[in-house]
Design a binder for this molecule. Structure first.
Ligand code: 7RM
Length: 630
């Protein structure tokens, strides 16, 4: 695929993508292996939401990720795996080995009776087998649903039940710094309420003792090595489901975002190559987990479609010390490094002594994703990691967008700290006010929408198309609503300011306030709670919970511990409240709605500027909350 080569090239490509989107994307799609080409490029309707790309085309994404590269690159490195322990030997996986491993696992899934369209849950650590697992599903047309291995048994069960997974792929345990997490135990607990699951395949990784239910559970090592390493790729329609990935919204349970084969393939490869400007011989490292969309699009699919070489890393940024990332970059001569602002801020806080020992001169491009990057973190990254020689690509996108929509193209777009800058070709952003009127011109701010489909746009929310329509296409007529606020500066550059709905972004993780409230309310003594995000130096946002616990005899300290335990049990440690304030009431309007605006102000410490409180049912509640603020 030919990459965009200059800002003039970008401008002309962008223009073409808006004026002739179908011709534009057809040209990009010509770069892939199709078993049958499309009859038409695009059919779309944002009103009664329905989008299809590359209609009636046939393909298999794994043929494009793997087989297509074999004649030239069989012995090139697809992945280098670096474990949680720096003295443990690494593993390298060539494209040929990737092919063989994926086929063996695909054949093992077939032996469990998995067929095209079946859902398979992947609940695994950051090891190459997780990527093999995704690709093995795609090879046979099964739909993968990767669940981040930090989620609790109850969250895992909810996700397995929502899409009726037939098989779960897991491991005995996962390493996270100095901790071992017993994944198999979590799976066992979840499966007590998941009758759809017929088989569990367990990869031995930590050698933790686990219980094996012999009719259901099989050891990976007993089956996969003996399976055939040839597996013909299933012929998939462009619009057949590729995967489901659950993500949090402002209300209700997490939604299963659905992506399909053709459009997702075209867009993840196109965006990977153009944003990162990856060249043969480079070594790319994305520190995300495969449990999130960044891992799907920019660890697994995008880089493999581009035939790139990548690092897969199992550990955490601060183990054994805060120099771990920089040591790995030095060790392997990483050229492209993609991480989250929360990691940058955490490492910045621990000081330059952890950076100085390492040679970082292999780096060419730095990336940022997951949350707004504040100017200070941007400067620190630019100065101390990029040595002012590496463009920073601040990539804005979402689980629902499948790929990066607004970002500088490395070395091509002039960067500006904390700005995601310009839309990729094919992406048509628009800012609107509360009523949905377009905010035209520059130096303006509004809600970010997209007015035309791109190939990897969400197709539906699994099992509930109406919810997809309501969530993304009902707020504003004929627009995809992102849920983000956004500024456009004098040059037309975009700066994403953060969510405008009840979704928090904690260390780059998307968490709904409603989900945390519902977990807190499961505590027997809590009658009502309200959760808001507040600015946090390292995490971006912290979680502040107000809880009404009327008749409890327990101390506040004890209650806080129990409430945290409840959230850990129901969601997982990522949703743990940072602050819990016990209150006797919540500020409500006469119609009974919680005034979150006031709770946010208190959580931010802005107690002298609470705004209009005249519609409050009981103003005394606010006084009490302000007095007890943490
Ligand atoms: C990729 C990912 C999506 C939400 C999104 C934003 C926020 C992501 C940036 C960003 C500012 C960025 N998917 N977000 N990237 N905000 N600048 N570069 O994170 O579905 O998990 O989250 O994350 O609020 O709506 S996600």
């Amino acid at each position: 695929m030919k990459k965009i080569s200059s800002i003039e090239d970008y401008n002309s490509q962008y223009k073409k993508s808006v004026e002739q989107p179908e011709a534009f994307w057809a040209d990009v799609a010509e770069n892939f292996t199709w078993k049958k080409k499309w009859d038409s490029v695009l059919k779309w309707d944002f009103k009664n939401y329905d989008v299809k790309w590359f209609l009636n085309a046939k393909l298999n994404i794994t043929e494009n990720c793997i087989d297509r590269h074999l004649p030239q690159k069989a012995n090139d490195i697809a992945f280098i795996w670096e474990s949680n322990f720096e003295d443990k030997p690494n593993r390298t996986i060539t494209y040929q080995q990737l092919h063989d491993e994926v086929c063996k696992l695909a054949n093992t899934l077939k032996s469990f009776g998995v067929v095209k369209g079946d859902r398979v849950c992947i609940y695994m650590p950051m090891i190459p087998e997780s990527v093999f697992a995704m690709l093995a599903c795609a090879r046979i047309g099964a739909v993968h649903s990767v669940v981040f291995a930090g989620f609790s048994a109850s969250s895992l069960a909810g996700r397995i039940q929502d899409c009726d997974c037939k098989v779960v792929l897991t491991s005995d345990g996962a390493y996270r710094g100095d901790k071992i997490i017993n994944l198999k135990n979590v799976v066992d607990e979840a499966l007590e309420i998941c009758p759809s699951v017929k088989n569990v395949l367990v990869y031995k990784h930590t050698n933790t003792t686990v219980s094996i239910n012999s009719s259901r559970d099989k050891w990976w090592g007993d089956l996969v090595p003996n399976a055939s390493d040839k597996c013909e790729p299933e012929v998939m329609d462009s619009e057949d489901m590729l995967f489901i990935l659950y993500t949090s919204g402002s209300t209700g349970k997490p939604k299963g975002v659905v992506h399909t084969c053709g459009g997702y393939m075209v867009y993840t490869c196109y965006s990977f190559l153009n944003v990162f400007q990856y060249n043969p011989g480079d070594l790319y490292w994305c520190t995300a987990d495969v449990g999130w969309i960044t891992g799907h699009s920019y660890i697994t699919y995008g880089p493999l479609l581009a035939g790139a070489s990548s690092i897969i890393f199992e550990g955490v940024p601060t183990y054994p010390d805060a120099g771990r990332f920089w040591k790995i970059i030095d060790k392997y001569k990483v050229t492209h490094f993609y991480t989250a602002p929360t990691a940058i801020r955490a490492l910045e806080a621990l000081g330059l002594d952890f950076v100085k020992p390492y040679r970082l001169n292999s780096l060419k491009v730095l990336g940022s994703v997951g949350e707004p990057i504040n100017e200070e973190a941007w400067q620190w990254y630019n100065t101390n990691i990029g040595k002012e020689k590496c463009p920073i690509v601040d990539t804005w996108w979402q689980t629902e967008t499948g790929g990066i929509l607004i970002s500088p193209l490395a070395g091509i777009t002039k960067t500006k700290p904390s700005y995601a800058t310009l839309p990729l070709p094919g992406v048509q952003p628009i800012l609107v006010d509360e009523k949905g009127n377009e905010i035209k011109g520059n130096n303006v701010e509004g809600n970010l929408c997209i007015k035309f489909p791109w190939p990897s746009i969400i197709r539906t929310t699994y099992g509930d198309h109406e919810r997809c329509k309501q969530t993304y296409f009902a707020t504003y007529n004929n627009l995809y609503f992102t849920g983000d606020g956004c500024k456009r500066d004098e040059n037309g550059y975009y700066r994403i300011t953060g969510r405008v709905d009840d979704v928090m972004n904690v260390s780059g993780h998307r968490i709904g306030t409603a989900e945390v409230e519902s977990a807190i309310n499961a505590h027997a003594d809590v009658v009502e709670s309200a959760v808001v995000g507040y600015p946090h130096d390292i995490k971006g946002q912290g979680i502040y919970a107000y809880c009404i616990v009327p008749s409890s005899k327990k101390s506040h300290e004890e209650l806080r511990k129990e409430i945290i335990a409840e959230v850990n049990k129901i969601i997982g440690p990522i949703a743990k409240p940072d602050k819990i304030q016990i209150v006797t009431g919540l500020p409500k309007t006469r119609s009974g709605k919680i005034m979150r605006r006031i709770l946010r102000k208190v959580a931010e410490g802005e107690i002298n500027n609470l705004g209009d409180t005249s519609t409050l049912l009981d103003p005394a509640v606010v006084e009490e909350i302000v007095k007890g603020a943490l």
